[in-house]
Ligand binder design. Structure first.
Ligand SMILES: OC[C@H]1O[C@H](OC[C@H]2O[C@H](OC[C@H]3O[C@H](O)[C@H](O)[C@@H](O)[C@@H]3O)[C@H](O)[C@@H](O)[C@@H]2O)[C@H](O)[C@@H](O)[C@@H]1O
Length: 542
């Protein structure tokens, strides 16, 4: 394949630096800590690291509120540490993907400090200001972090827009000076040799606040084409947009190579399947596996050659999949591997969120005082005010809250799981004596070794990267089966999504050679097959 891009054959690993490895005992992960774990990541076999924000920030939203895009958060280290991370990673053939958070800045960014000084300030138009309407907010736009998206500035009497916290004012992308500042900053990082950008809520930058249009505004793609032209277009990098509402049609607009925008997007359709229709993410409903099959199959088949899928179950905003849709008790190891096998055999670029490869689990809280995340804390207070029962809110936070996946990495059985010698900023999950990297490395049947083998399988078998996908229908709802076909070869992936054995009779498939699975088998006989709880395997049919 002449036009093959490195990111099409890649596996990306996401690091949430605050929780990865602390090197100086302050209880907060840092860049030198990450450098010290690069050999581990090389052993896993990943191609690139998506680094959640490491820029200077007052941490209202743990780094997603940036006060200087060209400086490093002091808790994380220095620019010299960052340069060393890029170089040390490069020596291991690992690229660094920066998190690009340009829908908004921190309110401590010098642009906002200036803009806030008054209507005549040259930076005023870097942000979105509106006069009051009928003595109140300009309209009913809401913040993702609860409440109105408009905050009154007492000094000027105008409101500014913040689609996230009030300390994350939205940038005005209609102002060409703002876009030029963003391009200059991106080129600064490209000159350092980074491997690309993960673009935070990039679907919001074309917003028209007065019409209450936030996602997919009319100028969005014009801006992204300009970005491509002015920054990374001439570089061999990966660009992935976080796009919450994307459909396959919309995803093609972003990632059709002819349009010169992005490499791929994160779509979240599968992630919303346990959310009540018309509700917020906190309004829970059970997952229907049939729906999951339909949604993932749709994304696998509909992009065709006009786009490229990103494959993920987890990230720093989502609960851990093994606790969410698997069984993190009796079948923790089996279900963690089941999710890994199912996803890593699909077409697209897989993303692994730190600790997923160890089978780490959600961390439940009893009381809101234990929460650190602004989204959960704001929602709690808003819903208490609306009369919700405390127990119901805590249940939603334990199911969907972001702190769940942000507890420190579990490296070994020493104090604080080897994450820090100090007091960790968020508690270490008490199960670290059982679930940790050291134990995973020692056990050839561990979740880690399953991920390592899946990455190797992708590297060595073009069918995993390029094969056509076809969903198998007519099987029990809880069984997710699909074919991959490439150059006369067919592989079949089978996964039992339940904690019960399931009998399958598919005599037409006969016997098949075993490639990888989470129970020990040397072949699979489809004439009479009993799938074990959460069993998943890949076989070769032809
Ligand atoms: O920089 C601010 C945050 O930006 C990223 O995440 C954005 C948020 O994504 C989700 O919320 C979006 C909502 O989208 C749709 O309305 C859905 O219907 C809702 O269910 C979604 O909630 C997450 O739920 C939020 O937690 C995210 O903030 C970064 O990845 C975040 O870390 C930043 O905080």
């Amino acid at each position: 394949m002449n036009n093959t891009k490195w990111w099409q054959t890649a596996v990306i690993y996401q690091i949430y630096p605050r929780s990865y490895q602390d090197s100086d005992g302050d209880g907060i992960g840092d860049l030198r800590g990450i450098i010290s774990r690069l050999d581990y990541l090389e052993q896993l076999g990943i191609t690139a690291i998506w680094l959640s924000p490491v820029y200077k920030s007052p941490n209202d939203d743990n780094g997603y509120d940036i006060s200087d895009y060209q400086d490093i958060m002091s808790e994380f280290g220095t620019m010299d540490d960052m340069d060393e991370l890029i170089e040390q990673a490069r020596l291991r053939n690992i690229r660094i993907i920066m998190d690009l958070v340009v829908n908004h800045t921190s309110d401590e960014h010098p642009w906002f400090i200036e803009a806030h000084k008054g209507k005549d300030n040259p930076y005023r138009d870097y942000y979105i200001w509106r006069d009051p309407v009928n003595g109140g907010v300009p309209n009913s736009l809401r913040s993702t972090f609860s409440g109105s998206a408009w905050e009154l500035d007492e000094v000027s009497g105008q409101y500014f827009l913040h689609l996230f916290s009030r300390r994350q004012p939205d940038l005005n992308w209609e102002n060409p000076k703002v876009r030029q500042e963003v391009w200059d900053m991106m080129n600064f990082w490209l000159d350092k040799g980074v491997g690309g950008f993960r673009m935070d809520v990039i679907d919001l930058v074309g917003k028209i606040p007065d019409q209450e249009i936030t996602g997919n505004g009319p100028k969005l793609h014009e801006y992204l084409q300009e970005m491509n032209r002015e920054t990374f277009g001439a570089h061999d990098v990966l660009t992935v947009g976080e796009t919450w509402g994307a459909t396959p049609e919309v995803a093609k607009l972003y990632s059709n190579p002819d349009r010169k925008e992005l490499s791929m997007v994160f779509q979240f359709e599968h992630i919303g399947l346990d959310q009540q229709d018309g509700g917020e993410k906190w309004d829970l409903k059970p997952l229907d596996v049939s729906e999951l099959k339909q949604v993932l199959a749709k994304w696998q088949t509909e992009l065709g050659n006009e786009g490229w899928n990103s494959l993920f179950w987890n990230n720093h905003d989502l609960p851990r999949i093994v606790s969410r849709w698997g069984n993190d008790k009796q079948y923790r190891v089996q279900s963690a591997k089941m999710f890994a096998i199912l996803l890593h055999l699909m077409k697209g670029t897989p993303y692994i969120y730190q600790g997923e490869e160890l089978g780490m689990t959600n961390y439940p809280i009893q009381d809101i005082s234990e929460a650190q995340d602004i989204e959960a804390i704001n929602m709690y207070h808003e819903r208490i005010g609306q009369g919700y029962a405390k127990e119901a809110i805590i249940q939603s936070i334990n199911a969907k809250g972001r702190d769940n996946a942000r507890t420190p990495m579990q490296w070994d059985t020493t104090r604080n799981a080897g994450f820090t010698t100090g007091e960790p900023w968020l508690p270490v999950h008490p199960n670290y004596k059982e679930i940790n990297m050291e134990a995973n490395l020692k056990d050839p049947d561990s979740v880690f070794h399953c991920y390592r083998k899946l990455i190797e399988l992708r590297k060595n078998n073009p069918i995993v990267v390029w094969g056509e996908f076809e969903l198998v229908t007519g099987v029990p709802d809880q069984v997710f089966m699909y074919y991959r076909r490439y150059e006369g070869h067919t592989w079949l992936v089978t996964a039992n999504f339940s904690g019960e054995p399931i009998t399958l009779e598919l005599p037409e498939l006969g016997q098949a050679g075993f490639i990888i699975g989470n129970y020990s088998r040397d072949h699979v006989d489809f004439k009479q097959l009993q799938l074990q709880p959460y069993e998943a395997f890949v076989v070769i049919l032809a």
